[in-house]
Design a protein around this ligand. Structure first.
Ligand code: PLP
Length: 403
């Protein structure tokens, strides 16, 4: 009766397990003032331009003449056009409005998009990885290949080896002929590391040469500081022929509670994913709320852009301080330069869950154990820069005092 693939999932979603451990600790230590540098939620409020747009949209809903009911499943034109102009045209990328599908966020889209793949398609993910790509494909019963990313390879995954006959070779990571989809997320969650344009080009070239598809998660592109790091995979020539790209306003503009994101599905792909995704969305999705879409549109106004940039700077200031202080404390720290995540090596002889327990019990600080993101995450924890300045500094002081 049930889909048995679900029985192959790890028992608990990572963040649910962390929350459970923190609850237990809180129950035992009700006075402990816990600071979370764990789950990637934001702390800063929505910017004034977004609040103004929300008020305006709410007022429109109160009047019959401007009330909106069901909207287009693909998103309102006002937002699709703002996205095209600001995220693509401004970078000389030729993406048009009906290649943009507005959604309630990138978790749904990165989780749901695999529905368009055949059951025997092989899926490659970087390891460690945002768990949604893996779990949604386990639910569908697909074979998953992990591409390790550790300090040893500078967190740069190696392209999977495909044998031309579709047979596995000793280090084969996929089977040609069945179809290969590669999930890439840059700037990366959890490691906070990036690929340069040149490094990403290797993946685009590989996908084009092997008829593979790339599902590119650009949820953290707004945090990029370095000019050499691409904001969109479509900055790389040929990517429109092999890549789908996911975006989120959650971290860019504090939309974790508002909910809005979008997915780019080019019409130039060798398989008709644009029309299939459209068909899928029309069947299963009734559109993103009008209020959320007006709120998202506001971040593309000149005021909105400036305000969003200021909040990103706020978080990236945290990241800078964290990098510096943790390095001074003797930790090996990766990421945090173009991303709001820092990937920190655990002290010798401590697993990532040991270090999680130590941080919680001695410093009252919550981190995310790297092992929860995949086997190559063992030996690391993830810290986020999404806290307030005060809490971030307090957490760092507590760690320094306990070491
Ligand atoms: N993709 C990555 C890599 C993420 O880290 C997250 C959120 O943490 C998402 C997608 C989901 O974002 P949204 O809030 O838009 O669903």
């Amino acid at each position: 009766m049930i889909n048995k693939n679900f029985l192959n999932l790890a028992n608990n979603y990572l963040f649910a397990e962390i929350a459970r451990k923190v609850q237990v600790f809180k129950a035992e230590n009700p006075k402990a003032n816990i600071i979370s540098l764990g789950i990637g939620d934001v702390t800063q409020p929505l910017c004034p331009a977004v609040i103004e747009a929300l008020h305006k949209a709410a007022d429109e809903m109160a009047v019959a003449a401007t009330f909106r009911g069901y909207g287009p499943e693909q998103g309102y034109d006002f937002l699709r056009n703002a996205i095209v102009d600001n995220d693509f045209k401004s970078r000389d990328i030729d993406i048009v409005a009906d290649e943009i599908f507005v959604s309630d966020g990138a978790k749904s889209d990165t989780g749901n998009f695999q529905e368009l793949l055949s059951a025997d398609c092989v899926v490659a993910v970087t390891d460690p990885v945002y768990p949604v790509y893996v779990d949604s494909n386990i639910m569908a019963g697909r074979r998953i290949v992990k591409l390790p990313c550790t300090a040893e390879n500078n967190f740069i995954p190696e392209v999977p080896l495909l044998s031309p006959q579709g047979e596995k070779n000793s280090s084969s990571s996929g089977e040609a002929g069945k179809g290969l989809v590669i999930y890439l997320c840059y700037p990366n969650n959890p490691t906070g590391t990036t690929l340069t344009k040149e490094q990403l080009k290797k993946w685009v070239d590989y996908a084009l040469a092997n008829n593979a598809l790339i599902f590119y998660d650009a949820a953290y592109e707004a945090f990029i500081q370095n000019d050499d790091v691409p904001h969109s995979i479509y900055e790389i020539e040929g990517a429109k022929h092999c890549a789908v790209e996911f975006h989120s306003f959650s971290k860019t503009a504090g939309f974790t509670g508002i909910r809005c994101g979008y997915t780019v599905v080019p019409k130039d792909l060798p398989v008709p994913l644009n029309s299939l995704w459209n068909r899928r969305q029309c069947t299963k999705f009734n559109g993103t709320s009008y209020l959320s879409q007006r709120a998202a549109e506001a971040i593309y106004t000149p005021e909105g852009k400036g305000q969003v940039r200021a909040t990103i700077k706020y978080y990236m200031d945290n990241a800078r301080v964290m990098r510096q202080d943790l390095t001074d404390l003797g930790f090996k720290v990766y990421g945090g330069e173009d991303a709001p995540y820092l990937w920190v090596s655990t002290p010798k002889d401590m697993t990532s869950w040991d270090f999680f327990d130590w941080m919680l019990r001695s410093a009252y600080v919550v981190c995310t154990p790297g092992a929860g993101f995949g086997p190559s995450g063992e030996g690391y924890v993830r810290l986020t820069a999404f806290g307030t300045h005060e809490n971030t500094e307090k957490a760092l002081r507590r760690m320094a005092n306990r070491l």
